[in-house]
Design a protein around this ligand. Structure first.
Ligand code: IPD
Length: 295
C-alpha cells in the first residue's frame, strides 16, 4: 500500500545514508593506498573493489533484518553466483556502488542505488551520492524528490521541461560501458559521432545535439534526467541494479523510460544503438535506456 511504501522509503533512505558513509570511508582508503586494491571482473575496465562487496553485505544484512521475507538481487551477490529468479514477491535490487570506475579514480559521481521491485515492476527508488550529499527518491504514483545537502526535499523535475522535438536542443548522456569489443566500440563511436554532428556522417547543422556527457554512473544519469539537467540518457548494457531505482525516479518526474524493465531476461543487440534518432523524441524530457543482462 502507499503507506507501506512510505515506511519502506524511510528505511531505504536511512540505509542509503549509512552506506554513503562507508563509501566515503572507502574512497579515502582507496585514494590513500599506495597499492591498487582494485580487481577486474570481465576485463581491465570492468572494476570492482573491496568496498563494493562491503557495502552490499551491509545492505543485504540490514534488509534481511528489517524485511526477512523480501528477496534480494545485488550486483556483487549476482557476480558471486546468487541469482534469484524474478518473481512477484517484493525484491530489493541494489547496486552498492554505481560508478565504480569513478570511485576508484576519485571522480565524485558515485552513488548507491537501491530499488524495490513488486510484481515485477520497480515501485520505489533511492539513489544517494555521498560525495555531493544528493539524495534522489521516488515512489510509484507519489512523485520523486531531490534532497541536497540535507535541505528540504524538492519535487522533480526542478524546472518544467520545455517542449523540444529535436536533438539539437538537447544535452544527452551516453556511456562507453565496459564492453570494448570492436563491434560495440565501432557502433557506439558512429552513433556518438552522429549525435555530435559529424559532417562526414551526413549530419546537418540543426540535427546535432548541444553536447554529449558521460557521467559514469547509470543511476546518476537517470537522476539527472529526472532533475532536468540532462534531456536524455542512452545506454545499452545496463544491468537491473543499474536502472531499477532510476526507472521510478525518472518516470515519476515525467520522463519516459524505454527498454525492457524485466532486465534479467532481456537481451538487446548493440546494433540497436543506431536507432537513437529524432523520431523517438517528441515533446517531453525523454530518457532512453536499454537494460540488458550483459554477458
Ligand atoms: C556501471 C556504471 C557505468 C555504466 C555501466 C554500469 P558499475 O555500473 O553505471 O556508467 O556505463 O553500464 O554497469 O559497474 O559502476 O556499478
Amino acid at each position: 500500500t502507499p503507506s507501506d511504501l512510505q515506511s519502506i522509503l524511510k528505511f531505504t533512505v536511512d540505509l542509503a545514508r549509512t552506506s554513503g558513509r562507508l563509501i566515503l570511508e572507502g574512497s579515502e582508503a582507496i585514494q590513500a593506498a599506495s597499492e591498487s586494491d582494485v580487481n577486474e571482473k570481465k576485463n581491465s575496465v570492468d572494476l570492482v573493489t573491496e568496498y563494493d562487496v562491503r557495502v552490499e553485505e551491509l545492505v543485504k544484512k540490514e534488509i534481511k533484518a528489517q524485511y526477512p521475507a523480501f528477496k534480494f538481487i545485488g550486483e556483487e551477490s549476482y557476480a558471486a553466483g546468487s541469482r534469484p529468479a524474478l518473481t512477484d514477491e517484493p525484491t530489493f535490487c541494489v547496486d552498492p556502488i554505481d560508478g565504480t570506475t569513478n570511485f576508484v579514480h576519485g571522480f565524485p559521481f558515485v552513488c548507491i542505488s537501491l530499488g524495490l521491485i513488486y510484481k515485477r515492476r520497480p515501485v520505489l527508488g533511492v539513489i544517494y551520492n555521498p560525495f555531493l550529499d544528493q539524495l534522489y527518491t521516488g515512489i510509484k504514483g507519489q512523485g520523486s524528490y531531490l534532497t541536497s545537502r540535507s535541505g528540504s526535499p524538492r519535487k522533480l523535475p526542478l524546472s518544467s521541461p520545455k517542449p523540444w522535438t529535436s536533438l539539437s536542443q538537447g544535452l544527452l548522456a551516453v556511456e562507453w560501458g565496459s564492453d570494448r569489443s570492436e563491434k560495440t566500440i565501432t557502433s557506439k563511436s558512429n552513433a556518438f559521432g552522429r549525435l555530435a554532428g559529424n559532417p562526414a556522417q551526413g549530419v546537418t547543422g540543426g540535427k546535432m545535439a548541444h553536447s554529449l556527457r558521460s557521467v559514469g554512473s547509470a543511476a546518476l544519469n537517470f537522476a539527472l534526467v529526472a532533475q532536468g539537467g540532462l534531456d536524455l540518457y542512452w545506454e545499452i548494457g545496463c544491468w537491473a541494479w543499474d536502472v531499477c531505482a532510476g526507472i521510478v525516479i525518472a518516470e515519476e518526474a515525467g520522463g519516459l523510460v524505454t527498454g525492457p524493465h524485466d532486465a534479467f531476461e532481456a537481451t538487446v543487440s548493440s546494433d540497436e544503438f543506431g536507432d537513437v534518432t529524432e523520431e523517438i523524441l517528441t515533446g517531453r524530457k525523454y530518457l532512453v535506456v536499454r537494460a540488458i543482462a550483459g554477458t
